[in-house]
Design a protein. Structure first.
Length: 511
C-alpha cells in the first residue's frame, strides 16, 4: 500500500483520512443556534424592525394615495358632477398628511419596546382616520346618474383602495381591516335600508375583497417575519464565527510564535549542548580504554563504557533535534554545488555496508548510467541517503536484502529509491512515522530504537531542495522510500566532444 506524503515541514501528527474542524467554531455555532431556537419572545423580537419597515414604506410611497384621490375626485366629478367629492378629497388628503407627519416623527425616534407599542397604536389610529374618509366616500350616492354606472364607479374605487392599503401596510397588521371596516359597515347599512340588490352585491364584493387582501397581507407579513428571523440567525452566526475565528487566529499566532521561539532557542544552543557532551564522550572513552592506566575495579570500566554509549546516543539525538530546529527556524542554509547522485549513493552504501554484512543483508544497486549532475547540498543529500539506508538495514531481518535505485523521474528529475523486504509499516502508521519523534509498532518492539527524527529531517531537507519524499509500505512485504529532486535541479550535460571519450562515473569499493 502506498501513501504519497507532502514535503511540508509541519511535524504535527495529523490523521489525513479525516477532515478536522475547528472545535471552538463548532461550539459557538451550536450555542448560537440553541439560543435562537429556544428564544421565547417569538415574533415580538422583530416588532421594532417591522414597524421601521412600515414607516419607510409609508414615506417612500407618500405620493401614491394623493394621486389616487385626485383621480377618484376627477372621475367622480366627470360622472356625477357632484361637488361634494372635493371636500371629501381634501379631508382624505388631510388624514393622509397626518399619517405622514406621524411617520416622519416616528422615523426620528430611538426605539424601545415601550415606544414601539405606543407608535404602533398611533399609526393604527391614523389608519382609522383614513377609514373614516373611505366610509364617507362609501356613503355617497348619485340620484342624477341613473343606471348602474355609479355603482361600478364606487365599487372599482373601493376595490382599488383596499388593494393599495393592504399592500402598503403589510408590515402593520390589522391596518387594512381598521381602514375599511367602517366603509363596509356603511355599505352594509345602506344595503339593509334600501334592500337594493346592487347595494347588497357591492357590500358583498367589498367585504370579500377586504377578507382576501387581509389574508394575503397576513401571509406576506408572516413571510417577512420568517425572512427576518433567518437574517437575524445568519447575522448572529456570522458574528459568532468571526469571534471564534479571531480567537482561533490569535491562539494559532501565539502557538506559532512559541514554536518559532523554541526552534530559535534550540538552534542557538548548538555549541552549549555539544561542548559538554564531547567532553563526556572523550573522557569516558579514555577511561573505558584505560589510556592513562588500568582501573582497579572492572565495574568502573563497564560504567565508563555505558557513559560513552549513552552520551553518543544523546549527542546523536541532539544533533538531529538541532538540525530539525534550524530547518523550522529558517536558519538551515544550503551550500549548493554540482554533484552526482550516483557517487553520493555509492559512498553512502559503503558507509552502511559493514552493518549490513553483520546482519547478512545484501545491498543491490540498480543505477541508470550516465546520469547528469544535480545542483544540491552534498552534505544534506548524503544525510538523506544515510538516514534512509540506516532505516532499511535496521529494520530488515537477518538474511534480507536492500535494493538501491537511482534514475530518472517521469518529469525529468532524478530519484533515489531504497527498498527493503523487512516487516513493513501499517498504512495508518505512516503519518505517525513521518512526524517528529513518531515511531511505528515495529520500531517500538525492535531492540534498535531510534529517535524518530530521521524521516522528518529527510522531508525537511527535500523540501528545502523543492523536492518530494514518498513512503510506500505494506505489512510483511517491506518498505520503499523514494527521495525525488525536481527537474529544475538537474544540470544538463554539455554535448560530447568527438575526440574526447566520455567520463565514466567513478566506482568505489569498501570493505
Amino acid at each position: 500500500m502506498s501513501s504519497g506524503v507532502s514535503s511540508s515541514t509541519d511535524k504535527i501528527i495529523v490523521d489525513k483520512s479525516r477532515s478536522h474542524r475547528n472545535k471552538a467554531v463548532s461550539k459557538a455555532v451550536r450555542a448560537t443556534r440553541e439560543r435562537l431556537q429556544t428564544s421565547g419572545k417569538g415574533a415580538q423580537v422583530f416588532d421594532r424592525d417591522m414597524l421601521s419597515l412600515h414607516i419607510n414604506t409609508m414615506l417612500q410611497g407618500a405620493l401614491i394615495l394623493p394621486l389616487f384621490v385626485a383621480v377618484v375626485a376627477g372621475a367622480g366629478l366627470y360622472i356625477s358632477g357632484d361637488a361634494r367629492l372635493l371636500p371629501w378629497a381634501l379631508l382624505t388628503l388631510a388624514a393622509h398628511s397626518i399619517n405622514l407627519l406621524l411617520a416622519r416623527r416616528a422615523a426620528r425616534v430611538e426605539w424601545t419596546a415601550e415606544k414601539t407599542k405606543v407608535w404602533r397604536r398611533r399609526l393604527l389610529v391614523g389608519q382609522l382616520l383614513l377609514g373614516g374618509c373611505w366610509a364617507v366616500f362609501a356613503s355617497g350616492d348619485c340620484a342624477s346618474c341613473g343606471g348602474e354606472g355609479f355603482y361600478f364607479y364606487k365599487g372599482a374605487v373601493l376595490l382599488i383602495a383596499i388593494s393599495i392599503t393592504a399592500m402598503g401596510n403589510v408590515m402593520l397588521r390589522q391596518a387594512s381591516l381598521i381602514a375599511f371596516l367602517p366603509a363596509i359597515a356603511v355599505l352594509a347599512l345602506q344595503a339593509f335600508l334600501s334592500g337594493n340588490m346592487l347595494d347588497l352585491g357591492l357590500t358583498g364584493m367589498c367585504a370579500t375583497a377586504l377578507a382576501l387582501f387581509h389574508y394575503i397581507s397576513d401571509r406576506l407579513h408572516r413571510s417577512s417575519l420568517t425572512l427576518m428571523s433567518y437574517q437575524s440567525e445568519k447575522d448572529d452566526l456570522i458574528a459568532e464565527l468571526e469571534v471564534a475565528k479571531s480567537v482561533s487566529d490569535e491562539a494559532r499566532r501565539r502557538a506559532e510564535e512559541a514554536n518559532l521561539a523554541k526552534s530559535r532557542f534550540l538552534a542557538s544552543m548548538s555549541h552549549e549542548l555539544r561542548t559538554p557532551l564531547n567532553a563526556i564522550l572523550g573522557f569516558s572513552e579514555v577511561m573505558a580504554h584505560e589510556v592513562l592506566g588500568p582501573m582497579p575495579n572492572a565495574t568502573y570500566k563497564d560504567y565508563a563504557g555505558d557513559i560513552h554509549r549513552s552520551g553518543q546516543h544523546l549527542l546523536n539525538l541532539i544533533n538531529e533535534i538541532l538540525d530539525l530546529s534550524r530547518i523550522e527556524a529558517g536558519r538551515y542554509e544550503l551550500s549548493e554545488e554540482a554533484l552526482s547522485l550516483l557517487d553520493v549513493a555509492e559512498d553512502c552504501i559503503g558507509m552502511v555496508q559493514l552493518r549490513a554484512r553483520a546482519k547478512n543483508i545484501s545491498i543491490h544497486q540498480q543505477f541508470e548510467p550516465n546520469l547528469p549532475q544535480v545542483w544540491a547540498d552534498e552534505k544534506s543529500i548524503r544525510q538523506v541517503l544515510l538516514n534512509l539506508l540506516s532505516n532499511a538495514v535496521k529494520f530488515t531481518s537477518q538474511g534480507g536484502e536492500v535494493v538501491v535505485k537511482v534514475g530518472w523521474t517521469a518529469g525529468g528529475g532524478q530519484y533515489v529509491a531504497i527498498k527493503d523486504n523487512g516487516p513493513g509499516i501499517a498504512e495508518e502508521e505512516i503519518p505517525v512515522v513521518l512526524s517528529a519523534f513518531g515511531q511505528g509498532a515495529i520500531a517500538i518492539k525492535s531492540a534498535e530504537q531510534g529517535t524518530g527524527l530521521g524521516l522528518p529531517i529527510v522531508q525537511a531537507i527535500l523540501a528545502k531542495h523543492d523536492g518530494q519524499f514518498i513512503l510506500k509500505s505494506k505489512l510483511r512485504e517491506g518498505t520503499e522510500a523514494i527521495a525525488i529532486l525536481p527537474a529544475t535541479r538537474v544540470l544538463q550535460s554539455l554535448p560530447a566532444v568527438e575526440d574526447t571519450p566520455a567520463v565514466e562515473p567513478r566506482r568505489r569499493s569498501f570493505a
